[in-house]
Design a protein around this ligand. Structure first.
Ligand SMILES: [Zn+2]
Length: 85
């Protein structure tokens, strides 16, 4: 399991909880992720996510190469809950 930056987890966790931002992310991943300060490598992680991977937290974590508990922790992060993408 590779280390996944907290920024990546917070963006994924917010998009998981917020259908509006998820729609933006799916429509224009590079534009949205650039504004979040993600690197090219980190943006690549998001491009690997298939639409079906958004079905469950476990599938989303797996698509990102992250531990499910790390993604769940990011969902409790105040920045994840308060800040739209
Ligand atoms: Zn949002």
């Amino acid at each position: 399991m590779t280390y996944v930056n907290e920024r990546v987890l917070i963006v994924a966790a917010h998009a998981w909880q917020c259908p509006t931002c998820r729609g933006k992310l799916l429509a224009d991943p590079d534009g949205v992720l650039m504004r979040q300060g993600l690197t090219g490598e980190e943006r690549k992680l998001f491009r690997q996510i298939a639409p079906g991977d958004w079905a469950t937290v476990g599938a989303l974590a797996e698509a990102l190469g992250a531990a499910r508990c790390d993604l769940e922790n990011a969902m409790q992060h105040p920045r994840c809950r308060l800040r739209h993408l």
